[in-house]
Structures are given as C-alpha cells and as structure tokens.
Design a protein around this ligand. Structure first.
Ligand SMILES: CC(C)(COP(=O)(O)OP(=O)(O)OC[C@H]1O[C@@H](n2cnc3c(N)ncnc32)[C@H](O)[C@@H]1OP(=O)(O)O)[C@@H](O)C(=O)NCCC(=O)NCCS
Length: 380
C-alpha cells in the first residue's frame, strides 16, 4: 500500500477521528459532561478521593472497604524514592524545567526496574502502582532541591494528596488544602484520548513497556497546548497584575493572533465541566489567601474571551490559582497534572495491551517526486 496522495484524506490534528475504544472516561463535549467508568465527576469530587478514583479507573468498579485499604497500602509502599534514584535526581541541574526532570526520572524508574522489559497487563499493573505512588515524591524532592532544601520523606499516615503537600512544604496541610489538591487529582485523572494519553497508547501499541509509554506521555503533556497551559495561565494572571490591565492585555494577545492560555478545548465547545468545579475552589482559596485581585483579573479575562471569541475557559484556567495558593510554583503545575494523569495513562496502557494493534496512521507525501542524486561539485 502506498501512503495516500489525495489531500482529501488528510484530517489535520486527527480532529473527530476515533482511534481507540476506551471504557475509562466518557468525554461528552456537546453537553459539557465527564464521567469516569460511568460515574459523573461531580459526584466523585463530592464523595470520593484520588485513591478510590484511581481504583475505579484501573479496576472498573468502586472498591469494597477492604479492597480500598489494600489498594492504599500498595500505593503508599511505592512512595519512597530509592537512594540511587535520589542520588541521580540530585545531579539534574536545578535550572531544568520540572517537567523535564519528571520525564527523566520517569524513564529512570524503568532503568532501575529489572522487570521493566516484561510487557503484560499484570506487570503493567505493578508498574502503574509504582509510578503513581512515586511521582509526588519525585516532584516534591526536585522542588525542595531547587529551593536548596533537603527532600522530605513521605508520611505513610497521610493520604496521597496530603502527603504530596507535606513533602513539598514539610508541613501537614489543612483539611481544606488537602481537599483542594485531592479534587485537582480527581478531576485531571483521565480525559479520553487526549494528546498525552494517545502518545502513551501509541508507545504501548509497539509492545513497549509502561515506563516508556509514561515517559512519552509526560513529554507530550509538557507542551503549552496541553498540560503546560496551567503554568502559562498563572503566569499571565501574575503578569497582568491588576484587574484594570486585564482587558487591554487580552485584547492585545488576540489582536496579535496569540492564544490565551487556559481557554478553548478540542472537545468541549460550550463548557469544560472541570473548569466549573474549580471556579468555586479558586474563589474560596484566593479570598482566604487575600488574593481577590486574581479572581477579578480572571473574571475580566474570561469576559473578554467570551465577548471577542465566544471561547470558554478550560480546566487549566481556574485550577492555576488553586495550585498556586497550595504552594506550587507555576513551573511545577504541569508536574501536578502528571501526578494525577498517571492514573489515567496507566489505565489506558493496560486497556491498549489487552486489545492491542499497532497504531500506525499514514502521512500524505507532499515532497518532491523522484530525483537523481547530485554529486557535490554540481550542487548549487
Ligand atoms: C486547546 C486548543 C489547542 C484546542 O485547539 P483546536 O481544537 O485545535 O482549536 P484551534 O487551535 O484550531 O482553534 C480554533 C479557533 O479558536 C481560536 N482559539 C482557540 N483557543 C484559543 C485561545 N486559547 N486563545 C485564543 N484563540 C483561541 C483559534 O485561534 C482558532 O481561531 P481561528 O479559527 O480564527 O483561527 C486551543 O483551544 C488552545 O490552544 N488553547 C490554549 C491552550 C490551552 O489552554 N490548552 C489546554 C487545553 S485543556
């Protein structure tokens, strides 16, 4: 078969193309709804927590009490970073972007696992526990090293979210902070065939292992059209500085045909249900932190975006101030996204392995037709 030559077959960005089947999450763009294994995210945010949601995503059902306790223990056991891994983390320059550090460490986890190369769903499940358990430790340790501080050992008595915050600051978080991060981890855990999940599935499709697939996913998440939008959304709010500057700032970006970070979505064209969930949490946290100007700036940015482009905000817009108030520097935001999405990536990787076929689309060739090799002396 020859790669196609007809431009009519090309679907740029694969928009609208169905490239996989999944039973993890149902992204309903028309109605602005998101369900994990059939359960609406709003209900999960209200009644559940990240560990239980991860169980749901991986094992297709809500756990019994005993199953949940065992699950939490297995995940907790993965929290410590080995001495060798910590030594290697310490030699990564602190000027490295945190997403690059996480990508490097994710790959390193594979180098340090003697069973990394074994590819089957059971082995992948074990690796999924490992990466999901250890990601917050890697992120917090890199943050503290960058601050010139020693990493904080994980506290096994704390939940996944509370321990993450504890390892960042060295302080036990308030229940409100714990809940805010937990909500973040729940809401970002899975989202259909988004770009990083697609990358993970493409890598898995070659029968490569979960560490490789997760490393592909972390790299894919780090771009600003995907995961890094949260970093840039916060940096924009900080750069705007005061509400009276917001309108002209956004208008200028739009006049220059630039993207406003934290707005727009390939699937959600009316509302991103996750963004709505963060609106109230952002309001509560910003008021408490005495940063109401961020809310005013956000409201004005939103208004201009709606008036000029009819584009609603996405999950990254209001979750940005939430992460900032929780103590994450903007350039760490996308790592927190990864610490959540590793749950979904893992579920998709195993789903792909259970019904695998190599993912290999085609490219329309638009280069020159057959040419002759020209010797150096005849080249211009
Ligand atoms: C997410 C995103 C990549 C979806 O992209 P997409 O489905 O490929 O849509 P496009 O980039 O083709 O945008 C369609 C139109 O909306 C405009 N648009 C989309 N998002 C925009 C944004 N954030 N700011 C300004 N204009 C935007 C585009 O400029 C384009 O306008 P045009 O038709 O006049 O050229 C896009 O909305 C974006 O870049 N958003 C900013 C980054 C972001 O927040 N990413 C996180 C997503 S959860």
């Amino acid at each position: 078969m020859k790669e196609p030559s007809s431009a009519s077959k090309l679907i740029k960005g694969l928009e609208g193309v169905v490239a996989a089947q999944t039973s993890l999450s149902d992204v309903d763009g028309e109605n602005g709804r998101l369900l994990y294994r059939g359960l609406p995210i709003g209900e999960l945010v209200e009644k559940s927590h990240f560990e239980e949601v991860t169980f749901l995503l991986w094992f297709k059902k809500l756990p019994t009490q005993v199953e949940l306790e065992n699950f939490k223990e297995t995940l907790k056991a993965q929290r410590p970073l080995s001495e060798l891994a910590l030594r290697i983390l310490k030699i990564i320059p602190t000027t490295t972007h945190p997403m690059s550090a996480l990508r490097t460490m994710c790959s390193l986890m594979g180098s340090l696992d003697p069973r990394a190369h074994i590819v089957n769903p059971e082995e992948s499940q074990r690796k999924a526990y490992h990466l999901t358990g250890v990601f917050p430790t890697i992120i917090a340790a890199f943050y503290r090293l960058r601050e010139g501080k020693e990493p904080v050992q994980p506290d096994m008595s704390l939940s996944h979210a509370a321990n993450f915050l504890y390892m960042m600051s060295g302080k036990i978080p308030t229940p409100e902070m714990e809940k805010a991060l937990d909500v973040y981890l729940i809401l970002l855990a899975d989202h259909g065939l988004n770009a990083s999940t697609f990358a993970a599935r493409v890598t898995t499709g070659t029968l490569s292992n979960l560490y490789s697939a997760a490393t592909s996913a972390v790299g894919t998440l780090s771009g600003e059209l995907h995961g890094a939008a949260n970093q840039y959304a916060m940096e924009m709010i900080l750069e705007i500085g005061t509400p009276d500057r917001a309108d002209s700032f956004v208008n200028k970006l739009l006049d220059e045909k630039k993207k406003v970070m934290g707005f727009g979505h390939r699937i959600y064209k009316t509302r991103d249900p996750r963004a709505e969930a963060f609106r109230q949490i952002a309001a509560d946290l910003c008021v408490k932190a005495g940063k109401t100007e961020w809310l005013e700036i956000a409201a004005r940015v939103e208004k201009v975006m709606w008036e000029r482009k009819k584009i609603p905000c996405n999950v990254d817009f209001f979750s940005a101030p939430v992460l900032y108030v929780l103590g994450f520097p903007p350039d760490f935001f996308t790592t927190v996204f990864a610490a959540s999405r590793i749950a979904g990536w893992s579920g998709h990787i195993i789903e792909q392995q259970l019904d695998n076929r190599l993912i290999r689309p085609m490219a329309e060739y638009i280069g020159p037709q057959e040419q002759y090799y020209v010797p150096f002396e005849q080249r211009k």
